[in-house]
Design a protein around this ligand. Sequence first.
Ligand SMILES: [Zn+2]
Length: 291
Amino acid sequence: MTKKIVFTVDVDRDVAWHKIGSHEGVTKHSSEGEAFFDASHAGLRRLLEILKDERVPATFFFEGETARQIDARERKKNKGRKNAGLASLIPFECEVAAHGYRHEDFTGSLTGVIIPRAQKKTILKKTKAELEKIFPQRRIEGFRAPYLNYDDELLALLGETGFTYDSSAYSKSPVVEKKGVGGKGRQGIYEVPLTEAADAAGKRMVSYLWPLMEGSRSAADYEAFAFRALAHNDFVVFATHSWHSHASIEGVRPESEVELKLGTVQRLIQSFKEIAEFATAREIAFTKTRK
Ligand SMILES: [Zn+2]
C-alpha cells in the first residue's frame, strides 16, 4: 500500500474547553462559559482554500452545533443564492464525520459529569441526524470523541447508532482494528488511530498540530515526525482544529498572526505531499477492512 497521510480537522466551538460540572464544552476565553464560533468558521474557510490550492482531501470531524452555526451564517451571508449552506463549501473529495453535538465529555474524566448511557445514545443520534440534514449528500460514518475521551461503552454506542469507524485513539504503530465488540448485538466499530512517536530527542510527540499552532513545536518537528512514522507504518493521521489559525488558548489572534499560522499549515501540507499520498480516514478504514 502506498504510504498515506490523513489530514483531519476537528471543526468545533472556538478553543473548545471543558467546564467542570457540565458535560458540554465552552470557549476557553468566554467570560460566562459561552461558546463562540467566529474563529472556527473563519478558519474553516481559509483551510478549505489551502486544501483547494494544494489539491488534497481532508476529513472534517464536525461538532453538530458548530456545523449548524456555520451553516446558518453561510446561508445568511449568501441569502437568495442556490447552494448557500455549509455543504456547498466542502469539496466532494473531503469527508464529513462527527465530533459530538456540543463537544461533550463522554467519559466525564474532565468535567466530573457522567452522562447516562441512554443520553449518550441520544446525543450521538442527534449529531448524526444534524450532520445528515446539513450534508444531505453524505454518509456520516466516522466519529472522533471530543478531548479524545472515549471508552468501550462509547465505542459500542457508536456501532449501535450507525457509525462505522472511530478516530479517538493514539497508537505507536497505527493499524485499523475492530473495537467495542462484545455484548449481545454489538457489532463494534473500526479504529483509525492518531499517531504517537518519539521526536528526534526521544521525547513523546503526537500527530495533533496543537503544539505547532501554540508555538511550542516547529513545522520541521512535524516533517521529521511524518517521515519517521511512515518508515514503519502505512499511514499517519494528523489532526488540527479549524479555529486554531484564528484563536489560541490566549484568545482571538491578531490578523498578522493568522496569516503566519495559515502559511505554516500550508507549507507543512506541501512537505507532506512530497512523502506520501493524502487519503480520508474513511478510505483508510475501508482499505484496511476489505482485505
Ligand atoms: Zn474538539
